[in-house]
Design a protein around this ligand. Structure first.
Ligand SMILES: [Zn+2]
Length: 307
């Protein structure tokens, strides 16, 4: 059986950069997926093109972290050009830069871009985003969340990030988008840009902007920066190494959290994983530990939920 994902992957459009204008890109209108879904997906070949898709600034200045997972940018007003605010569903992934880092992802999300109801998350452990250091407690953070576009091991859509950024920073906005498109059937233009300082391998955070189309931003409208930090830990953004500086704060916030162990297969899962529901009760064991501790004691991460 050819999965939807495989078809998507096969069907990537490589666009030629020379002379290509933004307007040529947006409504190019080629449906590259199969008939069951109505959107197209493009792998952009030029970082400059990706950068010009919106008005977002390339010399973005990272705001100061003030103990909150995210902060508003531009008074929370997104900066999309009007011509982007269409009802054509698409996803466009900017290329990795010369340091192997993600650049920018922009999409017009709708129920068309969402994964199917029965689609399961794929294994993303093959992707090692820039700055990834195994055993440090990093997470592979989707720039555009799986629940919105169903992307799995797409290296242009995964950055090395903290659980704090993923769950406290980004997830509330992703959930807002998901609820909105499911409730209304409307479209939302959505862009996520990781911000790297200098040649750092790990991003300082991600800028997320979104604006709903059919109701001119009445339903969804935000422009925020989520910090790639971890309370109680010091991050070396050049190398991806993490040093715990405050055990108590660390335990409260970050790397120590609830996992479900399968004592039969020696896998560990997020509690929300579909495989947890299928697991025999007598093999289930709930722990509050760090990922590193579990791996050290012989457990390996589930390929489905990728904890
Ligand atoms: Zn799992």
């Amino acid at each position: 059986m050819i999965t939807k994902l495989t078809k998507k992957t096969i069907a990537l459009i490589i666009i030629l950069v020379t002379g290509l204008s933004i307007t040529a890109f947006i409504p190019a209108g080629e449906i590259i997926d199969n008939a069951s879904s109505h959107f197209h997906k493009e792998m952009l070949e030029d970082a400059k093109l990706a950068a010009t898709l919106t008005g977002a600034s390339d010399d973005f200045e990272v705001p100061e972290y003030q103990q909150e997972p995210s902060v508003e940018i531009n008074d929370n007003v997104p900066e999309f050009d009007d011509e982007l605010l269409t009802t054509d569903s698409y996803e466009a992934y900017g290329p990795l830069d010369r340091h192997g880092r993600c650049t920018r992802v922009i999409a017009n999300i709708s129920v068309d871009t969402q994964p199917g109801a029965t689609e399961e998350r794929g294994d993303i452990s093959s992707v090692h985003p820039s700055g990834w250091v195994s055993g440090e407690g990093w997470e592979r953070c989707h720039l555009i969340g799986w629940q919105l576009t169903g992307e799995n091991a797409n290296s242009r859509n995964l950055v090395t990030g903290t659980h704090y950024m993923n769950v406290s920073g980004m997830l509330p906005y992703e959930n807002q988008l998901r609820c909105y498109i499911e409730d209304t059937g409307n479209h939302v233009v959505y862009e996520v840009t990781p911000v790297f300082e200098g040649k750092n391998k790990v991003c300082a955070g991600v800028q997320m902007q979104a604006e709903s189309v059919e109701d001119n931003g009445m339903g969804v409208s935000f422009n925020v920066f989520c910090f790639n930090v971890s309370p109680g830990n010091e991050i070396n953004y050049k190398t991806g190494e993490i040093t715990t500086t405050n055990q108590e704060l660390n335990a409260e916030n970050e790397f120590s959290r609830v996992y479900i162990l399968n004592t039969n297969t020696w896998k560990f899962h997020y509690p929300s994983c579909t495989r947890v529901a299928q697991m025999a009760e007598h093999n289930k064991y709930k722990v509050t530990k760090s990922r590193g501790e579990l791996i050290d004691s012989g457990y390996s991460p589930c390929g489905n939920c990728s904890p």
